[in-house]
Write a protein that binds this ligand. Sequence first.
Ligand code: MN
Ligand code: MN
Length: 291
Amino acid sequence: MPHPTTFADASASLQQAEYVLLGVPFDRTTSFRPGARFGPDSIRQHSWNFESYDLETGLSLGDLAIHDLGNTDEFGTASEMADSVREEIRPLYAAGKVPIVLGGDHACSPPAVEAYPDDAPSLGVLYLDAHMDFRSNYLGDRRSHACSARRILEKVGARNIVVLGVRSVSAGEMEDLRSLGMSYITAHEVAQEGIESAAQRALNMLKTERIYISLDIDAIDPAYAGATGTPEPFGLTPRDVKHVFDTAAPRLAGLDIMEVSPHYDTGNTSALAARLAREAIVRRAAAVGRQ
Ligand code: MN
Ligand code: MN
């Protein structure tokens, strides 16, 4: 596969770019099986599988201003990783760019949200995950991937985060999220009411001007995305997630795709992650006008 370390069609300079990719090859907080540190480069490799031209919008990704910053350094602790990711992402928002962060385990998401400037248009977070990720700390680490929705809630406020696709949670997390007032829509509700209704409900809950989407790839059923650290049955379909991306595109402030652990399949999960990143870019471009 050609150009293994750069995302396909990421040919713009950083200065010109509107969409900026950053890989975070960090998986030190994975709780079941590791390997998400290989996610960013695998997603990049698989991005070359796809045509630049997008059938639905008529846009070509080759004409869009996309830049790939490559990967961050490696870090000893999640806290060091978070400090560094925050510093890398902050200037991107400040310059009006849309960051697209490729993980890495889900611990890499909170700093990408925390980097959002307080004086920018209001920000809500759509958090797609099989898990609630709502522990106060996990094994003594507040920066664990099991705590990421909670850390994000602390940044944006309980009314400005919705967890979508969840189907695994502890009793303690349920107690905490009820007292803090976080909203969620389960994967079972999505199956029952349909994704159009569920996505609309989720977007209506977020009253903010802009939306950051955090996709834990395990939100999608292991039948489609089995290469991940903590696979959980009864998940969303790829098309469900595509619909969410398409619907949220006009308000998209940033995106991350986390927990792709490529060695557990032969490439389908990485291909799906790459395709969804491209979907988010081209749909937002179509919604806001070509830059
Ligand atoms: Mn997660
Ligand atoms: Mn998860």
